[in-house]
Design a protein around this ligand. Structure first.
Ligand code: PEP
Ligand code: MG
Length: 586
């Protein structure tokens, strides 16, 4: 039995069978073919491309019906690439010119394509590197038959183990058979994590050594709640987890009953529970769980799933779809948070030397004004259709927020001139996710209509720990006293200046933090839709005085470990079901 600790990115515990997806980008040996056999190589190439395209069409249709239009665009892009003569022509030409096998021609052409994309100045192209690798693997599989081919005959309880997964791999697995994902690489914001959450499939990433240890057919437990996997569990461990799965199922049924209940503490204080979404289709789950609106729409996914940069109408269409589904509930649209981990998915991309500290988020927007204005136009147009708020990511100084607001007003004037309706009073807010923003919250409070605390980045920048680097994952925690102090200061400044404040980092959806966050004064939390009822359960079981007492006690501790242990103990006393039966706590 072996326990490997990683990063939990999609909740749920399952027991299943290992299926290793060997995605090593192997070198295809150069094999020459006699002139008389070249026609066959051309035919093989055509057959592989035709088979790949029909596979992709099927995947696009399935994804469209399960996840909606936006995620399905990944496959539309792939189909477009494979149907493009400028891609397939040179592969055919290479077969003739070098008298090589179709697979070698495919391999070498895709290599040079990746090199070309990686060097492009436009980040929208560089983000496509992963898609190109994905396509290469698909075509090669049809040519030489790979392990991935066996996916068609997966067992019913397959757990996909990989070094990393591409977006189309994650979305393309047969949901009736794949019960979990576990990868060596990645972090909370990797594509795998986001798509897994949207699919509702448990996932653990950042397991570093897993693919080196796992073997096809082995029994494995994936604990997406705790971020651990257990290979070859012994009978006692299996039994404990079976028990946990049973009680968890009962617990979920209990939680479902809370969907319609109000989010209110025992002393009558209402706590707003909102959802974080990446795709408009997630609003259904959000509403099912009683979410009161969208606290964070991560619009960068419009860029990551499109072949080209999204047009104003693409943006508008997505926002309109959200507003219609929300039926009068608020929609908080965050302007594109591109850069750092959200555009460096491609392993071979030319990255900035220090992307997390580089040209990302609002900085990127302010350096790409056409793109920024286009998005703001769409947001403002959408604001005429329902309650919309706009929010800027990673603001670190007042000049940025003033500049961003100036641009909003500029775009408003354009719309006015064109007699296009919009909400002139649209609330303009900012994420507080850099220590500079938290420390200067009182100053920023004069500039904006609301704050949303982004603990995911706040932890990264306060503790100097890369949020997607599995090697330092043990140092990454929102329970660090420094992070808690910054949250406290931000909430205090916001309250003093009467600026509404919410929290939308992952801590908002982690029940262990609920009492602390209420005790620090937060009255609005935005989280992954599926965890809303669990957080509501804690809220409905506590009163504010107890939470404030807990927050004061937490303030007296000087280590993350002490704080985590204390908060876990207090939460466990309220919802033991959420902790029972887990073997990986030790
Ligand atoms: C955050 O940083 O906490 C946040 C919510 O934004 P993201 O995870 O998209 O960076
Ligand atoms: Mg962030």
């Amino acid at each position: 039995m072996e326990v490997i600790q990683g990063i939990p990115v999609s909740p749920g515990v399952v027991i299943g069978t290992v299926f290793v997806v060997d995605d090593a980008r192997r070198r295809i040996p150069r094999r020459t073919v006699s002139a008389s056999l070249l026609t066959r190589e051309h035919e093989r190439l055509d057959e592989a491309i035709t088979a790949s395209v029909s596979e992709l069409v099927k995947l696009r249709e399935e994804t469209e019906s399960q996840l909606g239009h936006e995620p399905a665009k990944i496959f539309a892009f792939h189909i477009g690439m494979l149907s493009d003569r400028t891609l397939t022509g040179p592969i055919h030409a290479a077969i003739d010119k070098h008298k090589v096998t179709a697979e070698y021609a495919v391999w070498s052409e895709f290599q040079s394509l990746v090199r070309r994309f990686s060097k492009m100045g436009d980040s929208a192209f560089r983000t496509k590197v992963d898609d190109i690798w994905d396509l290469e693997r698909r075509v090669l599989r049809h040519l030489i038959g790979e392990h991935m081919g066996k996916l068609a005959s997966l067992k019913d309880d397959a757990i996909i183990i990989a070094r990393d997964l591409t977006p189309s791999q994650t979305a393309g697995f047969d949901r009736s058979k794949v019960v979990a994902f576990a990868t060596d690489a990645g972090g909370l914001t990797s594509h795998t994590a986001i798509v897994a959450r949207a699919l509702g499939i448990p996932a653990v990433v950042g397991l570093e050594v897993l693919t080196g240890h796992a073997v096809d057919g082995q029994i494995i437990i994936v604990d997406g709640d705790r971020g651990a996997i257990i290979l070859d569990p012994d009978e006692a461990t299996l039994e404990r987890h079976r028990g946990y799965i049973r009680s968890n199922r009962a617990f979920r049924l209990l939680l479902d009953q809370l969907d319609k209940e109000e989010s209110v503490t025992t002393d009558g204080v209402h706590i707003g529970l909102l959802g974080n979404i990446e795709f408009p289709s997630e609003i259904d789950t959000l509403l099912r769980h009683g979410g009161e609106g969208v606290g964070l729409f991560r619009t960068e996914f419009l860029y990551l799933t499109n072949h080209d940069e999204p047009s104003e109408d693409n943006h508008f269409g997505a926002y309109k779809a959200c507003i219609e589904s929300l039926q009068g509930r608020p929609l908080t649209i965050r302007t594109m948070d591109l850069g750092s981990d959200k555009q460096t998915q491609g392993q071979f991309e030319i990255a900035e030397r220090n992307p997390a500290l580089g040209c990302r988020s609002i900085r990127y927007c302010l350096q790409n004004l056409d793109m920024f204005r286009l998005q703001l136009r769409a947001i403002l147009r959408a604001s005429a259709l329902g309650p919309v708020k706009v929010m800027f990511p990673l603001v670190t100084n007042t000049l940025e927020i003033r500049q961003a607001k100036m641009i909003v007003h500029d775009v408003m004037e354009d719309l006015e001139e064109e007699q296009i309706p919009f909400d002139r009073g649209i609330p303009i807010g900012m994420m507080v996710e850099a220590p500079s923003a938290a420390v200067m919250a009182a100053t920023f409070a004069r500039e904006v209509d609301f704050f949303s605390i982004g603990t995911n980045d706040l932890v990264q920048y306060t503790l100097a720990v890369d949020r997607i680097n599995e090697r330092v994952a043990s140092l990454y925690s929102a329970a660090h006293p420094a992070v808690i102090r910054l949250i406290k200061e931000t909430v205090r400044a916001a309250r003093r200046h009467k600026v509404p404040v919410s929290l939308c980092g992952e801590a908002a959806g982690n029940t262990m933090y609920t009492m602390l966050l209420l005790g620090l004064g937060l009255r609005s939390l935005s989280m992954t839709p599926s965890v809303i009822s669990e957080v509501k359960r804690v809220i409905r079981s506590v009163d504010i005085t107890t939470c404030e007492r807990l927050a004061r006690k937490v303030g007296s501790f000087d280590s993350e470990r002490q704080i985590s242990a204390y908060m876990r103990e207090k939460t466990k006393a309220i919802i033991p079901e959420a902790f029972d039966g887990r073997s990986v706590e030790s």
